[in-house]
Design a protein around this ligand. Structure first.
Ligand code: UD1
Ligand code: BG6
Length: 560
């Protein structure tokens, strides 16, 4: 606002209300000012450079951004910079032999002209946009500037804090950067036989879960031991076990995944687990202590609220653990240790396969934390056994696709959908409702069934559709009673239950059922969410909305 007001005072006119528009206008303003300062009596004394203009703009900006500048004043030049938001540079050189991972390059190596080799550069916020051109990338860090001029690239660091302090632009320092290789295949960003990415990603879950588990679950061998190995955490498990509290922090689907894993982490570690929505933790400046382990869950690893919560927790001395899907992301780099969920590139804005892989990883975290306890050994081994069956069980539940399409047909004209769950499946209710609202643009609410009598029951009548998750676990009899009470109010019920349980839940034929295969209670949310993902997908298609890019939403929310 301050910058915009200044520019308005100087006669600039704006065509939009976006803060983005302020930046090019500011660049023009800065360019004019710098040009005036370098001419005496109309004679040029010193040339204004493009990077000088950009640095001056950066000095004045606050908040998160990733920017690429082009200007008619500087033909054949391009300047890119970032702060907070992700930016990477792809480097393609057809004539160059394959580069090795982490090969260090300096600016000389990137000078095409000197080496006489043509190069192409790609700037993007995410590897998936670059991978079809090249796998060689440089991750641009905060306050770095990439300057491409006549085909040559140079990267330098610009100290914005110092610039603000001295009220001018200090001399930038040239930096050496490592080239890394994207671990992603072009096929991952293609839809293949599917109509939409969300559909593809839902159906990929047997494979994405297999990749998440690969090399991390051990069964058999000579000792017949069943155990979990999380390479990124093995040196930190003792510290986590001894922490006073584990705090799960995330936004949206990632928060829901942490909520699904919370009971098993508490059960197997014995450490109390609290839940924090990242923005709320920061708003409240909630207490975080040195004795805490703060676990940051984020598919993209770039969500601004989660990143800010990470900086906050770090400054309070907590051990910071990341659970992310994106190697090299800001959260993966900023945490002390962590686990990559390895679910593969997720393109649909509504998270599906990342959700199930996040739950799988956090359940593995629980197993690893409980590894030193003899009393929970049978329980842990049963979970590990079911982990191995999980991909085939997910394949089985995916067969409900047609059934879910029929259900979507029945519900497509509705205004609202309630989903009741409890225990492990409170998260299923929240996540199912989130999917329905974000893609199908239908009001939907996930409700803790234990809270039913404290308000939601007033909504129940013969028209409002209600999904009740009542798969077999320790809360089953309580859910039986919830179903009875909803039926007594003539509720329009769709009950998700374990195969074979339907008669014990509703014999009158008044309910519709979604029957799913049974797994250990802590893994059941992975199975149960799949039909709800399919339902949200079909509702969206039938209602004629954009599945992969729902209105007003973004895949990575890199601003607050
Ligand atoms: C790692 C390799 C994997 C290899 C395996 C073989 C990477 C990215 N992973 O997997 O390719 O097959 O060893 O043993 O090279 N980390 C964070 N924060 C996060 C996520 C991860 O700090 O949010 C850190 C971890 O502490 C660890 C590193 O990143 O130091 C890699 O984590 P992860 O990929 O989960 O480790 P492995 O499964 O052992
Ligand atoms: C956005 C996405 O809101 O960010 C959601 O649309 C996602 O799908 C949320 O759950 C959090 O993102 P991330 O990358 O931190 O898991």
């Amino acid at each position: 606002m301050v910058l915009k007001e200044t520019l308005l005072r100087h006669g600039y006119r704006f065509e939009s209300d976006t803060d983005t528009e302020v930046i090019p206008k500011l660049a023009k303003f800065v360019y004019d000012r710098l040009s005036e300062g370098t001419s005496v009596n109309g004679e040029e004394t010193q040339e204004v450079t493009f990077s000088q203009v950009v640095m001056e703009v950066m000095r004045q900006l606050e908040g998160a951004y990733a920017l690429i500048f082009k200007s008619s004043h500087f033909p054949s030049e391009l300047v890119a910079c970032k702060c907070g938001s992700p930016l990477l540079l792809g480097v393609k050189d057809a004539a160059e032999p394959e580069m090795k991972m982490d090969q260090f390059i300096n600016n000389d190596l990137l000078h095409d002209k000197r080496q006489g080799r043509p190069k192409e550069y790609f700037l993007a916020s995410d590897g998936s946009a670059v991978v079809e051109h090249t796998k060689k990338v440089l991750v641009i860090e905060d306050n770095e500037i990439a300057h491409i001029k006549d085909g040559s690239l140079s990267i330098f660091k610009f100290d914005t804090a110092k610039a603000r302090k001295i009220g001018g632009v200090p001399r930038p320092a040239s930096v050496q950067r490592a080239l890394s290789i994207l671990e992603m295949e072009v096929e991952q960003i293609k839809k293949g036989k599917y109509d939409h990415y969300m559909q593809k990603e839902i159906h990929e879950q047997p494979d994405s879960l297999t990749t998440t588990m690969r090399g991390r679950l051990i069964r058999g061998g000579e000792s017949k031991m069943k155990s979990v190995v999380l390479g990124g955490l093995k040196d930190h498990l003792r510290t986590i076990r001894r922490s006073r509290r584990i705090v799960f922090i995330g936004c949206g689907t990632s928060y829901n995944a942490a909520l699904a894993a919370r009971p098993i982490v508490e059960e197997l570690s014995g450490v109390p687990v609290t839940m924090e929505l990242a923005s709320d933790l920061v708003d409240r400046q909630g207490p975080i202590y040195r004795e805490d382990t703060a676990v940051f869950v984020s598919q993209s690893g770039e969500t601004a609220d989660t990143l800010q919560a990470l900086e906050y927790a770090k400054s309070h001395g907590a051990l910071c653990v990341g659970i992310t899907n994106t190697v090299g992301s800001a959260i993966a780099r900023g945490t002390h240790c962590g686990v990559h969920i390895n679910a593969g590139c997720e393109i649909g804005v509504a998270s599906t396969k990342a959700y199930t892989s996040q739950i799988a990883v956090m359940t593995m975290l629980a197993l690893a934390l409980g590894d030193d306890s003899i009393s929970s050994r049978i329980r842990r081994e049963a979970i590990i056994d079911d982990f191995f069956d999980l991909p085939s069980k997910v394949r089985e539940v995916l067969k409900l696709d047609i059934e879910m399409k029929e259900l979507a047909n029945l519900l497509m004209e509705e205004q609202s959908l309630l989903i009741f769950g409890r225990g492990y499946n409170y998260a299923t209710a929240l996540e199912g409702a989130l999917k329905v609202k974000e893609v199908a643009l239908m009001h939907s609410e996930g409700i803790l069934a234990g809270e039913m009598k404290h308000g939601p029951l007033a909504l129940v009548d013969e028209t409002l559709p209600i999904i009740v998750v009542a798969t077999c676990d320790a809360t089953f009899s309580k859910q039986q009673s919830v179903i009875q009470q909803l039926k007594a109010r003539k509720g329009r019920l769709i009950v998700m239950c374990t195969k074979g349980d339907a008669p014990s839940l509703c014999s009158s034929g008044a309910c519709r059922f979604i029957e799913v295969p049974h797994v250990e209670d802590c893994l059941q949310p992975i199975i149960n969410i799949v039909p709800l993902q399919l339902l949200a997908y079909h509702l969206t298609v039938l209602r004629g909305y954009n599945v992969d890019q729902p209105r007003n939403l973004a895949k990575s929310v890199t601003t607050q």
